[in-house]
Each structure stands twice: as structure tokens, then as C-alpha cells.
Design a protein around this ligand. Structure first.
Ligand code: PLP
Length: 449
């Protein structure tokens, strides 16, 4: 497989961008080697600068649920661009997308568009603090919410003590004063949550969670835990934010909240909502959302917010998802089922006599390989339960699969995305290449550490 052009581009990129990239994981640091440069994408495939073709399970990290360059999105975006891409004034395009979302997710009353998931979360936090007039926020270890200062925090040694220093920054540059107002709790632990509510409840503005944590593996939560968070927070007057930047429009049109009939106070969206262009959104009841400026006192703004180009792309993509009684979702469900069947039939038997095995963790069109010591079958629901040797096994799988024309996320802690442009034969190809790859891996755990 030729990589000449990619390697040349990489040398150029290294001189232009810090670490050669505009978002860190693209640099392949956790799997090693030089990144490949993608030149184009069509349907379920991407092509790199050297002309190699890959079946793409990255889907741009989630936005491309319809695959690359779906015709309706291309057509709508092209049409919009001819009329001008941004005006900094109100347009019909944003009303159309806003109405469409509210009509199809009946429990939402207001939405505001921004330009990324990070921005949506930033606004949701400010809105929650401005509404409750409280300072503290709660997040869960293993959930990612974009690169907001307040959420670049991990559990500190003083967790749940009265010292006040309850979280520590997970990046230099984040002021200690900011993360001091963030409480970081473990997932899947109702008792820890309860304890935090008792100790700090009256000071907490909001709890933010990915209801389907998909940024540190796929840490599927028990519904009872999420219900507990909702009820227990409510009793203390705390707002609950579901960060559905990945799960929104993916688990169902109305995301996790819609599918499970659970009602958080605010929901953040991103990724799929923009049909591949930069869009994020905050949504909820009019009662809370109307605290945003200019209706209310909580300030928020954006030069490119709701620009007609991104709105047109988002509207075209969401229209495909909503039409024909959810045909896209049933197609994705079939692909996910085929993946599960192929995995159980072709991959699991190969691993039977190894010291390690793979659990295929799935939630609709999301999947993740969880590497476990043979015989350990309990689901991984917390980030500190991810097996340490995962990264080194994954690294080998990643490169072998890339060589075989399958593009997976360049990190063991990222999930795979099925998209609606895939066909059954794509899944079969994936399983077949995975079988050939796994067959060649050593059976002893020590060979990976
Ligand atoms: C991707 C992601 C974000 C951040 O969105 P960006 O558009 O990358 O800023 C926030 N929350 C979740 C759950 C995400 O997956």
C-alpha cells in the first residue's frame, strides 16, 4: 500500500500546525505511525491522497450517519451556497431547521443553534448556572463534553471532601478556580452520586452526562442509574443536561431521551445535526431556554450561528433521517445485527483458546471493541474498568485493518460508527478482514504489555 503522498503532506503539516493537526487524535499518536490524508469520500468509503480506498468506520467521528456526500445534502448545500453563505441576520433556513427539530422531537420547546458541540455545552452550562444562580457543576469520569475549561477536569485526590478542591484540571491552562466548581463523579455509582447530592446539592447548578458515554469506549449505563441521576438531582433543584452530541439523531431521531422517554432539562446536540457542516444546538423547555439573551439575561451569541449553508445541510440530513418511518434507522439496525452475528460466528471462536478476548459492545449504530482477559464477561461501565492492555492490542488491529482497507478510529478508546450508506456486504468484508487480522495476533497477554 502506497503512502508516499500522505507522508509528504504530513511533513508539510508538521511545519504548519502544532503536532501537524487541527484536532489531536488525528495525529495517530495513540496507535503510532503517520496519519493518512483523506482526499475524498463517497458513501461508505474514503480515498486517501495516494488513491487507497478504505471502508470508513470513523464517519468523521459521528456526523456522517448517512455516509459521505449524500446526494440530498450535497444538493441542498450547493443550492444554499449560491444564495450566499452567511448574513449575520435572521434567515428562513434557520427557522426551517428549528421548526423541523421541534416538530419531530415534541418534548422540546426552544432550540438555539451554535457552531460546535463544545459551544453548545459551554452555553448549556452558562444557562444552567444563570437559571439556578448556582456555581457548581457535576460531570462523570469517562464522559467527554468538548474542550470547555470547566469540564477538562478529572477527579482529584480531595474528591468529596470539604476542602473545596474537588477536581483537578486535566489540561494545563485551565485555572484551578474554574475546576474547583466542578465535581467529577464515577459512572454507574448511585451511592457516590447520592453522597455528592447530600454534601453539595444546594450549590450545584447542573449535572451533565452523556447518557450513552461514547468517548472513552462505549460505557453503556444502566437505565436505573440515569433515572436515579434525574430524580435525585431534581429533588435538589439541579438541572440535568443530556449531552447528546453523539447519541442525538443516532439512537433515534429524538436521541436517547426520546427513545427512553426520559426528560432532562436541557439537551446539547452536535455532529449529525449539521449534516457534516459545523452546527451545535442547545434545546429544552421555553421556561429555561428563554433565559438566553435577548429574551433573558444569560448572554450568548455567534457570528456564524444558524448560517444558511449549515442549516441547509442539517435540514437535508435530518429530513432523510425522519422520512419513511425511520427507514434509515431500521437499515442501521440490520447492519448492527449483521455485525453482531458475524462477530459471534467468525471472531469469537478464534479467541477461545487465547488469554484475552474481545467483547463487542454495541448500541444501535455505535460499536466498540472491549478487550478483556478470557473469561471476564461483566460489562465495562466505568472508564477505570477498561483493561490496560487494550491500547496495545488495538494498535495492532488498527494498523492491520488499515492495511486491509478498513478505516477505524485511531484510538482504542474511540467507538466505531456504522453509516446508512453501508450495505450488508460491507459488514461482511469488515468481519472477514477482522478475522484475518485477529488470527495473526498472539494469544498471550504478556505479548501486548
Ligand atoms: C464530539 C462531542 C462534543 C464536542 O463537540 P465538538 O463539535 O467536537 O466541539 C461534546 N460532547 C460529546 C458527547 C461529543 O461526542
Amino acid at each position: 500500500m502506497k503512502r508516499k503522498k500522505s507522508d509528504k503532506l504530513w511533513q508539510r503539516a508538521l511545519k504548519v500546525f502544532p503536532g501537524g493537526v487541527n484536532s489531536p487524535v488525528r495525529a495517530f499518536r495513540s496507535v503510532g505511525g503517520n496519519p493518512i490524508f483523506i482526499a475524498s469520500g463517497k458513501g461508505s468509503y474514503v480515498r486517501d491522497a495516494d488513491g487507497n480506498r478504505y471502508l470508513d468506520f470513523l464517519s468523521s467521528w459521528g456526523p456522517l450517519i448517512l455516509g459521505h456526500a449524500p446526494r440530498p445534502v450535497v444538493r441542498a448545500t450547493r443550492k444554499a451556497l449560491r444564495h450566499g453563505s452567511t448574513f449575520g441576520a435572521t434567515t428562513e433556513a434557520e427557522v426551517k431547521l428549528g421548526e423541523f427539530i421541534l416538530q419531530n422531537i415534541p418534548f422540546l420547546e426552544r432550540v438555539r443553534f451554535v457552531s460546535s458541540g463544545t459551544e453548545a455545552v459551554m452555553t448549556a452550562l452558562r444557562l444552567a448556572r444563570g437559571t439556578t444562580r448556582r456555581q457548581m457543576i457535576v460531570k462523570f469520569e469517562g464522559c467527554y463534553h468538548g474542550h470547555n475549561d470547566a469540564l477538562l477536569a478529572r477527579a482529584g485526590s480531595g474528591l468529596l471532601t470539604l476542602s473545596g478542591n474537588i477536581a483537578e484540571a486535566s489540561s494545563p491552562g485551565v485555572p484551578v478556580e474554574i475546576v474547583q466548581n466542578t465535581l467529577v463523579l464515577p459512572l454507574d455509582d448511585s451511592a457516590a452520586f447520592e453522597q455528592a447530592m447530600e454534601k453539595h446539592g444546594e450549590k450545584i447548578a447542573c449535572v451533565i452526562m452523556e447518557p450513552v458515554p461514547a468517548n472513552a469506549g462505549l460505557l453503556l449505563q444502566r437505565r436505573a442509574f440515569i433515572e436515579h441521576v434525574l430524580t435525585s438531582a431534581r429533588q435538589k433543584g439541579i438541572l440535568v443536561i443530556f449531552d447528546e452530541v453523539i447519541s442525538g439523531f443516532r439512537l433515534s431521531f429524538a436521541g436517547y431521551a426520546g427513545r427512553e422517554n426520559l426528560r432532562p432539562d436541557l439537551i446539547t446536540y452536535g455532529k449529525i445535526i449539521g449534516g457534516g457542516l459545523p452546527v451545535g444546538a442547545i434545546a429544552g423547555s421555553a421556561h429555561i431556554m428563554d433565559n438566553l439573551a435577548p429574551q433573558g439575561p444569560v448572554y450568548q451569541a455567534g457570528t456564524l450561528s444558524g448560517n444558511p449553508l449549515a442549516m441547509a445541510a442539517g435540514h437535508a440530513a435530518l429530513s432523510c433521517l425522519a422520512e419513511r418511518d425511520g427507514a434509515v434507522y431500521s437499515h442501521l439496525k440490520k447492519l448492527a445485527e449483521r455485525l453482531k452475528e458475524g462477530f459471534e460466528k467468525e471472531i469469537l471462536p478464534l479467541l477461545a483458546d487465547r488469554e484475552w478476548t474481545i467483547q463487542l459492545v454495541q448500541e444501535e449504530s455505535l460499536f466498540w471493541f472491549s478487550f478483556r482477559p478470557q473469561g471476564e464477561t461483566s460489562p465495562v461501565r466505568r472508564v477505570d474498568r477498561i483493561t490496560p492492555f487494550s491500547a496495545s492490542i488495538y494498535k495492532q488491529i488498527f494498523h492491520a485493518m488499515l492495511f486491509r482497507g478498513v478505516y477505524l478510529a485511531p484510538s482504542a478508546f474511540e467507538v466505531g460508527f456504522l453509516n446508512a450508506a453501508m450495505r450488508g456486504r460491507d459488514i461482511d468484508y469488515f468481519i472477514d478482514q477482522l478475522r484475518k487480522t485477529v488470527r495473526q495476533l498472539p494469544g498471550a497477554i504478556k505479548d501486548f504489555t
